[in-house]
Structures are given as structure tokens and as C-alpha cells.
Design a protein around this ligand. Structure first.
Ligand code: SF4
Length: 352
């Protein structure tokens, strides 16, 4: 088992333990202590205590939550994907400094896996069926309806704890008008055996390795992600890259040029022929900044830059920051130009 996970305690909703997927997950970790919970999203001992990072990294490694997904929706998105699929997991064993997932769910935020996978895949089949054939190409995909299956988790890590990701890949293999898509920062070579037949898109997130060392805590190194791309293409995945989050600092563009050169050198012809990218500049958040100052102030020097950023109050009342309007447009244009120069075969699906 990967060092990311050493599951010792499983918080389980009784209804989830009764389902076949629930039983399988419990059987994978026979030595774990089971703690019965009423609801997967109200477990006080997991989700509080946001300043104690040692505790929440331990929780990420040792705790798993097994629940039942209650509401099924496929939310229209239109940017990275046409729809956000109902999640089959949420939470994450990694700990990126900028991650927005804990903004919603508390800082330790271990993996919650949903056991009612059959209901979720049935819902997806019906939803995709109702859409019919995609009549107009868009930046999500020229012909397929794209469903993001990993909005609130990292599917490559989720696949270490259950077969939900395998079931999703198998579901989309049989949907000729739809495609699954997920971003990842972890290389899980077990996914190479799932035979996606082109109906699952993996987006490896990339940033200059120096930034990743500071920000992408507990993830696979950037070199390993680049080195995996050819193998995933050969295994039948569509592989794109997410250049995200892009962090502006002294020398950032020169480091991105180097990263693009490393990517170019690391890809074979087949990967290049199908490559596309999303470019997403960093956003951050005041509450997260304050928590991070308590455990990783060096990361904050990079990502909390009031001299470059502007704040905007979000719907839930917290303050989000992004690079200032005007300057941001220039940063985006500079990076998109650089991509066109260094990796001209890489179509940029969107950049913001
Ligand atoms: S891998 Fe993704 S979900 Fe996990 S901590 Fe990093 S940004 Fe968050």
C-alpha cells in the first residue's frame, strides 16, 4: 500500500456497510477499527481543529469515511467539463497549500468514499442518454459530453481505496457520446489496467517543480507525472495537462518555459498528437491563508501576495483573492504565448 495511506479507522454509515461496495472496502482494510456514524459529513473528531496540521495529516493517512451519496445531480459546468458528475468520493489524502476542498469541509478532510456506486453509474448512464449526441463542438470536447468525475477528490488516490474509479471508467467505456474527465496530482499505475478505450480523460496537473515542492504537499513529483503521460496514452486514456495553479512571482515565466521544455522532451508523438491544456491561475482565500501561516508560512510567501492580488467577497461571505484585473490578462497572454512557442501542438482549451 502506498505511503499516502495507512487506513486504521473507518467511519462508516450502517447503510454503506450493507452495500456490496461498502463490504469490499471494509474487506480491504480488515485490521481497521470501525466507528459507526450517522452521517458521513458530520464527524466532529475529523473535521475540526484546523490549526493542528500534524493531526490532520495523520487523519488523512489513517482515516477513511464510508458513506452513501444521497443527492444525485450532474451540475452544468461548461469550462473544464460540460457537467460535474455526482461525486463517488470527496476529500483527499494529499495536502496542497492552495486546495479549495478544505474550504468547504474542514482541514483534515480525509477521503470519504461512497458505497452506492451502482446508483451513481445508473444516474450517469441515464443523464448521458438524455443529452443525446453533442451537436456542437465546444472547448470541453468536440464531440463528447464531458463529465468531471473528480471535482472534490483525486481519483488516482481514490482508486487506492475502492473500485469506484474502475467502475466509472467501465461505465464511460460504454457511453459513445460521453467521456469522463479528472485532474490528478498522483500517479497511480494501477489505472493503466482499466482499459478506458479513449472514454476517460486524465488531466495531469503541472507546475514548475520548485513551486510544486513548496505547494503540492504529499503528491507525486512533477517529473513522475510527466513520465507517466506516454504510458497512460498507450493504455487508452486521453491525457491532457492542467497548468495549474499558475503562481506569479519573480522569474515565473522563465520557470514555466523550462517546464514546457521538460514536458516536450518527455512526450512521444502519440501523446503530443492528442494533448490539450487548461490554464488556471492561482486563487487563494483569506481563511486558508491564516490556517496555512500556522503550518507552512513559506508557501504563503508564494501564494499570498496582496501587492499582486485583489480580494472579492464570495457568496458564503469569505474573501477570495486572485491576481489583479489587467495585470492578470497580461500574465495569461504571456503564458499562452509561451505554450504556443514551446509546445505548439498543445491546444489551450481555456485559460483564466
Ligand atoms: S490533490 Fe487536489 S484535492 Fe488533493 S489536496 Fe491537492 S488540490 Fe486538494
Amino acid at each position: 500500500m502506498n505511503t499516502l495511506l495507512d487506513i486504521r479507522r473507518i467511519y462508516v454509515e450502517p447503510a454503506a456497510a450493507e452495500l456490496p461496495r461498502g463490504k469490499e472496502v471494509l474487506a480491504r482494510f480488515p485490521d481497521a477499527t470501525l466507528v459507526e456514524v450517522e452521517s458521513h459529513n458530520r464527524i466532529a473528531e475529523l473535521y475540526g481543529d484546523e490549526t493542528n496540521v500534524a493531526r490532520w495529516v495523520r487523519i488523512k493517512r489513517e482515516a477513511l469515511v464510508l458513506g452513501v451519496k444521497k443527492t444525485m445531480t450532474a451540475r452544468p459546468n461548461g469550462r473544464s467539463a460540460d457537467f460535474i458528475a455526482p461525486s463517488t468520493a470527496n476529500g483527499c489524502a494529499m495536502a496542497c497549500a492552495y486546495c479549495y476542498v478544505p474550504r468547504h469541509k474542514g482541514y483534515s478532510n480525509p477521503i470519504t468514499v461512497f458505497a452506492n456506486i451502482d446508483r451513481i453509474t445508473q444516474y450517469l448512464r441515464r443523464h448521458a442518454g438524455r443529452q443525446g449526441v453533442k451537436s456542437a463542438a465546444n472547448e470541453c470536447d468536440p464531440t463528447a459530453w464531458v463529465y468531471d468525475i473528480g471535482e472534490n477528490s483525486d481519483c488516482s488516490v481514490d482508486a487506492l481505496v475502492s473500485d469506484n474509479v474502475a467502475d466509472l471508467v467501465a461505465t464511460f467505456r460504454e457511453l459513445p457520446t460521453a467521456k469522463a474527465s479528472f485532474a490528478t496530482k498522483f500517479v497511480n499505475r494501477e489505472l493503466l489496467d482499466l482499459d478506458p478505450q479513449g472514454r476517460t480523460r486524465i488531466r495531469f496537473s503541472l507546475m514548475p517543480p520548485g513551486d510544486a515542492k513548496l505547494l503540492d504537499i504529499r503528491t507525486s513529483p512533477i517529473e513522475e507525472r510527466i513520465a507517466a503521460i506516454d504510458d497512460f496514452v498507450a493504455a487508452g486514456y486521453e491525457v491532457h495537462v492542467n497548468f495549474s495553479p499558475v503562481v506569479v512571482r519573480d522569474g515565473w515565466l522563465a520557470d514555466w518555459a523550462q517546464l514546457l521544455d521538460r514536458l516536450d522532451a518527455g512526450l512521444g508523438a502519440a501523446a503530443k498528437a492528442q494533448l490539450a491544456a487548461e490554464v488556471i491561475f492561482l486563487t487563494h482565500n483569506r481563511e486558508l491563508h491564516e490556517v496555512n501561516l500556522g503550518w507552512h508560512p513559506k508557501a504563503e510567501e508564494l501564494i499570498w501576495r496582496p501587492d499582486l492580488q485583489q480580494a472579492k467577497r464570495s457568496q458564503n461571505g469569505s474573501w477570495n483573492v486572485r491576481y489583479r484585473t489587467g495585470a492578470k490578462g497580461r500574465y495569461v497572454a504571456a503564458l499562452v504565448d509561451l505554450i504556443a512557442e514551446r509546445t505548439p501542438y498543445c491546444h489551450v482549451r481555456y485559460a483564466f
